[in-house]
Design a protein around this ligand. Structure first.
Ligand SMILES: [Zn+2]
Length: 476
């Protein structure tokens, strides 16, 4: 077996940082060595069956874990533009070594058929390891049984429900309660898209009737109150179901965050994630751009006003662990022929922003500007997502026995984001076009194999393996 020594770097974990060398044997981490120890063991010379990666002056962190992606997701008459191949290659470029994507059961279809379809799309195509959550788009006796089966036999331990998108994914309160009770019996996690979709659809129809068709009305018809109301209701239902673990996805509003903070303060098993778009982008600076430009930033939950301190509150939430995880909700659509479906009617713009490639570098800006510690950056982007969704200790940590998913991060490097700067996502634009950020992905290893180094992709589709997951370890 080949051995790799990542030498001379500063190893950063969720709990601290230290100068150390990381020894990899085959696909796993063999040892974390104090400086000088590798030489004593005769490991530092090239040609002794050890490949040395020089990490001097750099950080060595666990590979990124993005627990919210939508490769090839059919949506609004089209499909997300990244395949599992293009999307996982872009992820690797951005220092991500694990994604957890969402297999879909649409209303009226069977859960197992949906899952089988997602396996077909992903198998043999991924450049990095991948797992699945299961979207339950129709709660009934059959899908409830399927949930239990997936936990017991398929390594799928988290189920996403929608309080939005009536007629597509929407579950009513009774269905949500039943799914939560079912999850409570098997120990599974319920993930929630928390927006009051019934009320939103009324506001959308009224806006369109007034001739308000521009992309910005996407946000105006999805007010923060309706995110907070749904968040509160989901929390209440999870309490009634027996304090069932609940994870609110893509949180964008201060009002919703307050609901999560209150529930956590009261000791409930409630967690939440946010995404880079909510930390950096706004109605004023992006979504309300003239003409149809704003379509690039149509996503749900929507971007919020920069004058309402959502962004500052979300950063604070990340520091305070009211927000446990940063994911991307990577759901890319090109402007041409995809976002364009909503020309003249914002409600027909496919919802989604692509960002799987940029999460680590965008969040690292929070370290640069003092919003997050280096350790908290690693914790929210790598370690907690793995623990939250049953991937610990294989993923998210650099400890002996863990998969050798490692990123060498250059804090002195510099990254310019955008389609003009050759991003690797299959998109004809970038939500972060022209963003200049400090820090750069230097080298990425996935299970001991170098997949990115020297500004080159060295991986291959099919290297990535399916990851059956255990129950959430966040409460254990
Ligand atoms: Zn999503």
């Amino acid at each position: 077996m080949t051995r790799v020594l990542i030498s001379g770097g500063k190893v950063v974990s969720a709990s601290g940082r230290s100068d150390a060398d990381v020894l990899i044997d085959g696909e796993t981490i063999a040892a974390v060595l104090a400086p000088g120890q590798a030489e004593t063991l005769g490991l530092s010379d090239e040609g002794r069956d050890v490949t040395v990666i020089d990490a001097s002056g750099k950080y060595v962190i666990p590979g990124g874990v993005d627990v919210h992606t939508h490769m090839e997701l059919p949506f609004g008459g089209t499909a997300a533009s990244d395949t599992f191949e293009t999307g996982t290659i872009a992820a690797a470029w951005g220092g991500v070594t694990t994604i957890v994507d969402f297999a879909v059961q649409r209303t009226g279809e069977s859960v197992q058929d949906g899952l089988a379809e997602w396996h077909r799309k992903a198998e043999g195509n991924c450049a990095i390891d991948y797992g699945f959550h299961q979207i339950i788009g129709g709660v009934d006796e059959e899908s409830l049984k399927a949930m239990t089966y997936l936990v017991d036999h398929e390594g799928i331990t988290s189920f996403k429900l929608f309080m939005a998108y009536p007629g597509v994914f929407y579950a009513d309160d009774g269905q949500i309660l039943r799914a939560m009770q079912n999850a409570g019996e098997s120990g599974a996690m319920i993930m929630m898209h928390a927006e009051n979709g019934i009320a939103i659809d009324v506001l959308v129809a009224q806006a369109l009737a007034r001739g308000e068709t521009d992309p910005k009305f996407h946000s105006f018809t999805r007010p923060a109150e309706l995110e907070a109301e749904a968040t509160h209701r989901a929390i209440s239902l999870s309490k009634v179901a027996g304090n069932v673990p609940l994870y609110i996805v893509h949180m964008s509003a201060s009002e919703a965050l307050e609901e999560v903070a209150a529930a956590r303060h009261a000791g409930h098993n409630v967690f939440a994630e946010t995404c880079p778009q909510y930390l950096y982008l706004s109605i004023e600076d992006q979504l309300a751009q003239p003409g149809f430009e704003g379509a690039k930033w149509v996503c749900s939950t929507p971007l919020r006003s920069k004058h309402e301190h959502h962004q500052a509150d979300l950063w604070k939430g990340l520091r305070m662990n009211e927000l446990a995880v940063v994911s991307t909700d990577h759901c890319p659509f090109c402007m041409k022929e995809q976002k364009e479906l909503g020309l003249g009617d914002f409600s027909k713009i496919p919802n989604g922003i692509g960002g799987v490639e940029h999460r680590l570098e965008l969040l690292y800006q929070g370290v640069v500007t003092g919003e997050l510690s280096l350790e908290r950056w690693v914790e929210t982007c790598c370690t907690t997502p793995a623990r939250m969704f049953g991937l610990h200790p294989r993923k998210g940590v650099i400890v002996p026995g863990a998969d050798a998913d490692v990123v060498v991060w250059d804090p002195n490097g510099h990254t310019t984001i955008g389609v003009d700067h050759k991003h690797h996502m299959n998109m004809d634009h970038s939500a972060y076009e022209g963003f200049e950020v400090d820090g750069k992905v230097d080298t990425v290893l996935s299970r001991g194999t170098v997949v990115v180094a020297d500004d080159q992709f060295h991986g291959r589709p099919g290297h990535g393996r399916y990851l059956p997951r255990g129950l959430s370890q966040y409460l254990q």
